[in-house]
Design a protein around this ligand. Structure first.
Ligand code: GLN
Length: 303
């Protein structure tokens, strides 16, 4: 298959969707991003890289960081996190408060905000610097030592992040945080504000397509943990649109409100797409369309 040609074709095919939807204006810095951009990168499990469109433009990875934080916690701490976070789809928006109260402060899954705040809290206990640990993983796996937090985005999120603050305080009131709320929220905002390109992200996610094997030949996760994290991405990675994403794309995937999505074809490749316009559930409109095109044209879905 001519993958380069395919990515360029897909970039052409999704032009009508680019700019559709809304940018994530609830984080003011993200509201200022030009929505008329689209990038796509694919990295094979053996490390071959293909890119098209704006694949070398940095964007805010936001919730995509949740996968990497979870990978770090699972690899150093095993299954203990599952006592503090469930792994069922929520059917609710990523920043919803309602379910958390009725389920006694145990978030539905690690990819909604409440669950990710718990994972970051654990990573902070394990490392002393949760965002630094995610950043180091990203740098190593992408091979780009310049990957860094965009502090303007982190500050912007902290200043306007009343919902995450309420989720974190509620978690603390239920005894489901180990560290002070302010420290957890700051770490969470910093990991979400990592700025990366499609190519960086596809490279960083390659271990999810290769049974956990990382860029330097090390095991980022065991093959069994890799299977499980991909399963949680499939069922929970795109929030209350996870069913629609499985229907259209049919791959484990994780989106972020910066407009990025990482998807995994287990045993074959990792793909990263980016376009800032979001649909109602907070997933990139053109990004989902591109992944739909990709699996429809190649037949590379898990179904
Ligand atoms: N930092 C964002 C928030 O907490 C991440 C949300 C997302 O990407 N879905 O609201």
């Amino acid at each position: 298959m001519d993958i380069q040609n395919l990515l360029e074709d897909i970039t052409g095919a999704v032009q009508p969707q680019i700019g559709q939807g809304q940018v994530a204006g609830y984080i003011p810095q993200l509201g200022a991003v030009d929505p008329h951009q689209f990038g796509i990168s694919l990295v094979t499990k053996d490390g071959e890289v293909f890119s098209a469109g704006d694949a070398h433009v940095e964007f805010s990875i936001q919730s995509i960081s949740k996968v990497f934080a979870l990978a770090l916690v699972l690899s150093s701490d095993g299954d203990g996190i599952w006592k503090r976070v469930f792994r069922e789809p929520s059917g609710n928006p990523f920043n919803s408060l309602v379910q958390l109260e009725s389920e006694d402060g145990i978030p539905r899954n690690p990819f909604i905000n409440a669950g990710a705040i718990v994972v970051t809290d654990r990573l902070l206990s394990l490392t002393g610097d949760a965002a630094g640990a995610v950043r180091a993983l990203m740098r190593r796996e992408s091979g780009n030592a310049l990957v860094d937090t965009d502090h303007r985005v982190a500050t912007s999120e902290l200043e306007s992040g009343h919902r995450n603050a309420s989720l974190a305080h509620f978690l603390a009131s239920c005894g489901n945080l180990e560290n002070p709320v302010d420290e957890v929220l700051e770490s969470y905002a910093q990991q979400c504000a990592l700025a990366m390109t499609c190519q960086d992200l596809a490279l960083a996610a390659r271990f999810l397509a290769s049974n956990g094997l990382g860029a330097e030949g090390e095991l980022v996760l065991s093959p069994a943990q890799t299977k499980r994290i991909n399963a949680v991405m499939l069922t929970c990675g795109t929030y209350d649109a996870a069913g629609e994403f499985a229907y259209r794309v049919g791959l484990p995937g994780k989106s972020g409100v910066g407009g990025g999505i990482v998807a995994v074809v287990p045993g074959k490749c990792a793909i990263s797409v980016w376009s800032p316009g979001l649909g109602r559930s907070g997933n990139s409109v053109a990004g989902v369309a591109a992944l739909d095109e990709f699996t429809t044209r190649t037949g590379w879905s898990v179904f």
